[in-house]
Write a protein that binds this ligand. Structure first.
Ligand SMILES: NC(=O)c1ccc[n+]([C@@H]2O[C@H](COP(=O)([O-])OP(=O)(O)OC[C@H]3O[C@@H](n4cnc5c(N)ncnc54)[C@H](O)[C@@H]3O)[C@@H](O)[C@H]2O)c1
Length: 455
């Protein structure tokens, strides 16, 4: 895996001085989730007033030991929230601002009034979540405009965050309020370290996580391309969260796959997802069915279109797009994919932005995004969610082989100024596979440090 020596340097004593003196970018070392950690927020959580914030107040003591309120006392005595005070209170690690009641342009000043005083008091790797309503669910045009305005604000605030801070906007539909805890356990914690400037919509969903220390307990998950890179990190993270894992990869990857499956107590399945009998073999190896399918296997065969051989085009489309479609349909038709399950497709931000030399790859990745959007409504009746995760620049052997200048550009052209880790993508997949994450379906979750590409 590539190592980012620039981050090591700017976070050393000498580097800090030099970089500060000449005004170079200084990406922060991001805090990440460590196995065994219990609290999503290790530090102070600041909650605004408002009806959704009040809901958060009811479970906030499960998120953190240190709770502050700002803008009134709606979080109530029972939550133990203290009014926040810039001079006396601890640094803030996480913020939840309820913007759901902003329904007119004149109320948008509340965004500035709430955030301005706290920005200089944020801790390193602070996570901000703004709760709002979906603009298209507003009947009053001024209310819809105001709720849309909040999106512009949150994306810009994400770009102004320092020291590894992130900002997300969650649009909460009526009836989705009881899914706030799962979403905030993800977005307020280091599990979402490399996600920023995103908008995620939550719909009503009947499922709930039973045990937050093992949210995937009782679930069986298939990960394709699991022998290395992002797929291996996904398998590890799903197993950490309690899932029983089936790891799939091609025959050439057998020894790595067997070793990882043995370590995780999972099953190794040697299979080329493009083989004519791949669907039949898969179903045969999953007699009891499964709950989570992660289509991670993917390849690149880069050439500009003028120079693209037919086999480069065909193989990329086959592995990256056709195989996930064929296997998903077979798992649905055979009944192997259980009710309330999850399908997660590994797309890419270049599938949103386009990329020179990758017409085949970006066609396949955009196709996956279209597939998630199109399948979501039909799978909803069975409680199955389907989403695309779109990584940006992730430090893997794939990106380690990029030419130096392209690699540096990929790392720095984002709000967090660095590449992500395979774990960052894996945490998103694990979250989307949890019970309750059926609240999110047909969406694209970018894990890209708010890359400027396709934003
Ligand atoms: N690394 C990044 O920065 C990045 C960025 C965006 C998207 N992605 C996507 O994330 C996924 C994983 O990327 P990675 O960097 O870990 O890649 P990788 O090349 O390190 O791993 C891919 C795995 O898929 C397996 N595979 C390939 N073809 C297969 C087939 N026909 N059947 C079964 N297994 C097959 C490979 O053997 C390999 O183990 C890919 O879909 C990739 O497009 C990666």
């Amino acid at each position: 895996m590539a190592s980012d020596r620039y981050i090591d340097f700017v976070n050393s004593d000498l580097g800090r001085k030099l970089v500060g003196a000449v005004g170079l970018p200084a990406p922060a070392r991001l805090e990440r989730w460590q196995a065994g950690r219990l609290r999503p927020v290790e530090g102070a959580l600041l909650l605004s007033t408002g009806p959704l914030a009040q809901r958060v107040g009811s479970f906030a003591p499960r998120l953190t030991d240190v709770l502050f309120s700002a803008g009134g006392a709606v979080t109530g005595e029972s939550t133990g929230a203290h009014p926040w005070n810039a001079e006396q209170s601890a640094k803030i690690k996480a913020v939840v601002f309820d913007a759901s009641t902003l329904l007119h342009t004149s109320q948008l000043s509340q965004l500035r009034e709430f955030f301005q005083p706290i920005l200089r008091h944020l801790d390193n790797s602070a996570h901000v979540v703004i709760l709002a309503r979906a603009p298209d669910a507003q009947s009053d045009p001024l209310a819809a405009s105001t709720q849309q305005a909040i999106e512009g604000f949150s994306r810009s605030l994400a770009k102004e965050m320092r020291n590894g801070g992130t900002v997300q906007l969650l649009q909460i539909e009526d009836g989705a309020e009881d899914q706030l805890e799962g979403a905030l356990r993800f977005f307020l914690s280091p599990k979402s370290a490399f996600i920023s400037g995103q908008v995620v919509r939550l719909s009503a969903c009947g499922q709930q996580v039973q045990d937050w220390t093992r949210p995937l307990a009782g679930r069986k998950a298939l990960v394709t391309g699991a022998a290395r890179g992002i797929g291996a990190a996904i398998a590890e993270t799903l197993a950490r969260d309690g899932a029983e894992v089936v790891l799939l990869d091609v025959p050439q990857a057998k020894s790595d796959l067997d070793a990882l499956a043995a370590r995780l107590g999972g099953q190794a399945l040697i299979l080329d997802i493009c083989a004519p009998d791949a669907a039949a073999q898969l179903i045969e190896h999953l007699p009891g069915g499964l709950d989570i399918v992660v289509h991670n296997a993917g390849i690149t065969r880069d050439k500009t279109l003028a120079n693209m051989p037919a086999d480069f085009w065909d193989s990329v489309l086959d592995v990256n797009l056709n195989a996930p479609q064929v296997l998903t349909q077979a798992l649905i038709d055979s009944g192997a994919l259980r009710d309330n399950g999850s399908v997660i497709l590994l797309a890419s931000i270049s599938g949103l932005a386009g990329n020179r030399g990758q017409t085949n790859y970006t066609t396949s990745k955009a196709g996956l995004i279209g597939y998630a959007r199109a399948m979501a409504p039909t799978l909803k009746a069975r409680g199955i969610n389907i989403n695309a995760v779109a990584p940006g620049f992730i430090e893997t052997s794939m990106t380690a082989h990029m030419p130096f200048a392209l690699r540096e550009a990929g790392r720095r052209m984002s709000s967090l100024g660095q590449g992500g880790q395979p774990q960052d993508v894996a945490e998103s997949v694990a979250w989307l596979g949890q019970p309750g994450s059926g609240a999110i379906s047909g969406q694209v979750l970018r894990v890209c440090g708010q890359s400027v590409l396709g934003a």
